[in-house]
Design a protein around this ligand. Structure first.
Ligand SMILES: Cc1cc2nc3c(=O)[nH]c(=O)nc-3n(C[C@H](O)[C@H](O)[C@H](O)COP(=O)(O)OP(=O)(O)OC[C@H]3O[C@@H](n4cnc5c(N)ncnc54)[C@H](O)[C@@H]3O)c2cc1C
Length: 382
């Protein structure tokens, strides 16, 4: 498989690298400390046509493909995981349900503003009693006249409470299908719909500027045409959407590992102990060598999954493997990076501490490591 970047992918990488350096790096620690969601950054990303990387031009996107998205997330994530997370969730789970399951009319109405960056996309799956066990959701929808009436609560939903948020796509359950199985349907729920309450922002260990909130639906009525995909097809649609989300979360892990390696290497070359730079001690060299090797492993797995998707080939197993490996590499690398930085690494003023706090969620969000193993085992035929 050839991973040589195209001219367009190189351009996206360079553009994002430059943008991250000038527009994000100087403020990242300040935003994180203040838990501030920097709306203006997403306006600028929209101006650069980076909010619709996976969406065809006819719906306002730039059609840059999965590798184009990987380039963007990798560069932004090396500087600020929260910004990269908000963008990746928007590009994949926030927008793809419309692209893959929406009618032409729904795409024009809902997807185009997302792809142009006028709105931020959000994906409502998780509930208080249903995360890994997604089939156990209890949010209900029922048709009453020409409206769907929705009741229930979604937990830990990102991107639905910002000034750029329009609402979300929520997975609901509505009765049973002919075979007696629970039926699921995806519904578009715009903000400001009566009965729809967006909760307070959660206080999180990391991802401090990511906007994550509870969403509560009490007799929320949305018109019949807010059904996304066929009635009863929602569960499959949500699982399918998560496949691409795994590539982008894996890319967050890669970018975090690369940032930690870079910071650790610089620190190891500057800091002296026992009369020598840290980098002269073999124990530290081995840590750095392992960090570099593991980041490279993550990169190859991600680029392979992304390339398979861009070639229209099956990629579910490869995406789950990439997410599993990359997120666990990110956690290990962040821990070693703090170790190499010593006491300074434990101080919130050190950039490496922010990456450490941002690392753990990567083995949990969009399917835990255990869930990735379940997906891989199923693909193996178990
Ligand atoms: C910051 C943040 C942002 C999020 N954003 C979103 C969002 O935008 N949209 C959304 O829908 N969700 C979102 N989530 C939810 C996230 O996807 C879930 O937290 C995740 O899928 C895990 O579900 P859970 O928290 O219910 O854990 P559980 O499902 O309760 O799992 C608890 C633990 O048990 C393990 N476990 C569970 N079942 C098994 C099993 N059968 N075998 C072995 N181990 C098992 C799990 O792997 C995990 O380690 C977000 C979460 C966080 C923390």
């Amino acid at each position: 498989m050839d991973f040589e970047l195209t001219q367009e992918q190189t351009m996206i990488r360079d553009l994002c690298r430059d943008f991250a350096k000038k527009e994000i790096a100087p403020y990242a620690d300040e935003w994180s400390a203040a838990e501030h969601f920097p709306t203006e950054v997403f306006h600028k990303l929209a101006e650069l046509q980076l909010m619709g990387l996976l969406i065809p031009e006819e719906y306002g996107g730039s059609n840059a493909g999965t590798m184009g998205m990987v380039m963007a997330i990798e560069e932004l994530g090396k500087v600020d995981q929260s910004i990269a997370t908000t963008l990746q969730a928007h590009l994949t789970i926030g927008s793809l349900p419309y692209l893959h399951f929406g009618t032409d009319e729904q795409k024009k109405k809902w997807l185009t503003p997302l792809a142009k960056g006028e709105h931020l996309g959000a994906f409502g799956l998780t509930e208080p009693q249903a995360g890994s066990d997604a089939a156990n959701i209890m949010t209900t929808s029922r048709l009453e006249g020409d409206d769907w009436v929705v009741n229930g609560t979604k937990s830990f939903i990102s991107n639905a409470g910002t000034p750029l948020s329009y609402g979300l796509v929520a997975l609901t359950t509505n009765g049973t299908s002919d075979n007696g199985k629970k039926q699921y349907s995806a519904l578009i729920i715009p903000k400001d719909t009566p009965g729809y309450t967006v909760g307070q922002r959660y206080k999180k260990i990391g991802w401090h500027t990511v906007d994550t909130r509870e969403q509560i639906f009490e007799n929320v009525r949305v018109p019949r045409d807010h059904l996304l995909g066929a009635q009863g097809s929602g569960f499959r649609a949500f699982l399918k959407t998560l496949e691409c989300g795994r590539i982008s979360v894996a890319t967050l892990g890669l970018s975090l590992a690369e940032a930690c390696l870079d910071l650790s290497l610089r620190h190891a070359l500057e800091r002296e102990t026992f009369g020598q730079p840290l980098a002269s001690h073999q124990a530290i060299q081995f840590k750095l060598a392992d960090m570099a090797t593991q980041a490279e492993m993550a990169r190859l797995m991600i680029y392979r999954a992304a390339t398979l998707r861009d070639e229209g080939k099956p990629y579910a197993k490869e995406a789950a493997m990439a997410k599993l490996a990359s997120s666990e590499i990110a956690v290990r690398t962040a821990e070693e990076a703090v170790q190499i930085h010593g006491g300074y690494g434990y101080m919130r003023e050190s950039p490496v501490s922010r990456f450490y706090l941002d690392s753990k969620i990567l083995t949990i969000g969009e399917g835990t490591s255990e869930v990735q193993r379940m997906v891989i085992a199923r693909q193996l035929g178990c």
